[in-house]
Design a protein around this ligand. Structure first.
Ligand code: URA
Length: 223
């Protein structure tokens, strides 16, 4: 995956809408699909998203000798990347990031909406001590209203992470959420696999996939 293959609309990088990607979306959007298929297909999409996100981060030039004695002028990803997942749904993205970068450091942020004030409240964060020196892949599969994303971004910026060093990775995004994030962070890079039509009255995306966390972790209601 190269950035040339991932068209950018402003700072939003939408994965190429290949037939394979649409087939994976067809699985996860099907209300009747079983959890194993849901987890496997969303994992394959998340892998593509993370590869596209890594492509936006720096690389160093390097050379290697091929088995036939020629020099290959290649690239190596610049070290110093970490992931930060927004619990709970973002935890689904950790295993895919680890499969690509086995020793990667992964921080965690837990934000929930306060029942009274309706405002996002930070309950917990654990981040690498030197996160202000790192490039950060912020992992949250759903960008709906943008409230949680903005609160998570505040946590990273308060810890000294440069906005230019953050790439926000999400699987589905709503135009409302993209607009909310862009209004506060016009230069923030977002990588997504689909931009939905809109939010419904319950702040779910349509056509959407329902509650990602419940479907991925199996905490949805059994009917
Ligand atoms: N969170 C979800 O899991 N799904 C949505 O559609 C919106 C937020």
């Amino acid at each position: 995956m190269t950035s040339a293959m991932t068209p950018a609309i402003g700072t939003v990088h939408l994965l190429p809408q290949t037939k394979q990607l649409r087939a994976l979306h067809t699985v996860i959007r099907d209300r009747n699909v079983g959890r194993e298929d849901f987890v496997a297909s969303s994992g394959r999409i998340i892998r593509q998203l993370i590869e596209a996100g890594l492509d936006l981060l720096p690389f160093d030039s390097c050379e290697v000798l091929t088995p036939v004695g020629r020099t290959y002028h290649g690239l190596r990803q610049t070290p110093g990347i970490c992931g930060v997942s927004v619990a709970r749904a973002g935890e689904s993205m950790e295993s895919e990031l680890r499969a690509i970068l086995p020793g990667v450091r992964i921080g965690k942020i837990l934000i929930q909406r306060d029942k009274v004030t309706k405002l996002p409240h930070l309950y917990y964060s654990a981040l690498p001590a030197d996160i202000d020196q790192r490039h950060v892949l912020l992992l949250d599969p759903m960008l709906a209203t943008g409230g949680t994303a903005l609160a998570a971004l505040d946590v990273l910026l308060d810890r000294g992470v440069e906005e230019d060093n953050i790439v926000f990775i999400n699987l589905l995004s709503a135009p409302e959420g993209i607009d909310a994030v862009r209004a506060r962070h016009p230069n923030l890079r977002i990588v997504t696999s689909a931009i939905e039509e809109r939010l419904n009255e319950n702040a779910y995306m349509v056509p959407g996939i329902g509650d990602f966390g419940d479907r991925y972790f199996g905490t949805d209601i059994v009917r």
